[in-house]
Design a protein around this ligand. Structure first.
Ligand code: DX5
Ligand code: ZN
Length: 221
């Protein structure tokens, strides 16, 4: 399978979001990564649920890749209009009722993913393999763009890949955090399928987004 790109909207020019989204859509980018933060699970607030809902109306091909860094994430599903074609990642560390939350995502026609923070062991996934379509491996501590990669991230990607392959299930492995020009190919080689591209690559000053998307797509293909 070819590597898929998911540009992180929180890293784009927030004063021109509509044009930022449209250019990605026209370039044929697979997914748009939409970070939601509740200022409790992580000490930050980024894109709000109404914006995450409204972007659906301006995307023709691109699909939503929603990353919810919040406790009780199910409380936001209605406002975000979670539905067909959405990927929705919820944090293992933030949910007491993870089976129910994943089932609710699936009941809305969306693809449930479990997001793992850097300190969470891959083995926690073993109880949820039937509930999910993928895993979001955080290679930075969640909450802010521009953070450094966490020591051991490549081994973590490899371990999750091995766990997925041993399960015999067709699950996607998404990598989120410091997906940089010099590290993305190694992340792909370690077993990543989908890559969140933010301030460490696509959204660096002075880069033409069209060239950056073409370059990153080639590196992760
Ligand atoms: C961080 C977010 C990421 C972030 C990735 O918590 O989940 O989507 O924006 O961007 P960089 O490339 O800055 O790590
Ligand atoms: Zn994210």
């Amino acid at each position: 399978m070819k590597g898929m790109l998911s540009p992180s909207l929180m890293c784009a020019d927030v004063l021109n979001l509509q044009s930022e989204i449209t250019v990605l859509d026209e370039l044929g980018v697979d997914y748009l990564h939409l970070d939601f933060m509740d200022n409790q699970f992580v000490p930050n607030i980024t894109l709000d649920p109404d914006l995450i809902r409204k972007v659906k109306g301006i995307m023709k091909h691109m699909k939503r890749d929603i990353h919810i860094m919040a406790f009780e994430p199910e409380q936001y599903f209605e406002r975000m209009e979670i539905g067909e074609n959405d990927i929705v990642s919820v944090h293992y560390e933030a949910c007491d009722n993870l089976h129910e939350v994943l089932a609710e995502i699936r009941s809305r026609g969306a693809s449930p993913f479990i997001a793992l923070s850097p300190d969470t062991k891959p083995e926690v996934l073993l109880d949820y393999l039937d509930d999910i379509d993928g895993v979001l491996v955080m290679t930075v501590y969640p909450g802010f763009a521009g953070r450094p990669i966490v020591e051991g991230s490549f081994e973590k990607i490899q371990a999750v890949r091995k766990l997925i392959d041993n399960s015999g299930k067709q699950l996607l492995l998404e990598v989120d955090g410091h997906v940089s020009w010099d590290l993305c190919a190694k992340m792909r080689a370690c077993g990543g399928d989908m890559f969140v591209a933010g301030s460490s690559s696509l959204y660096q000053k002075g880069l033409d987004i069209r060239e950056a998307v073409a370059r990153m797509s080639a590196l992760i293909s």
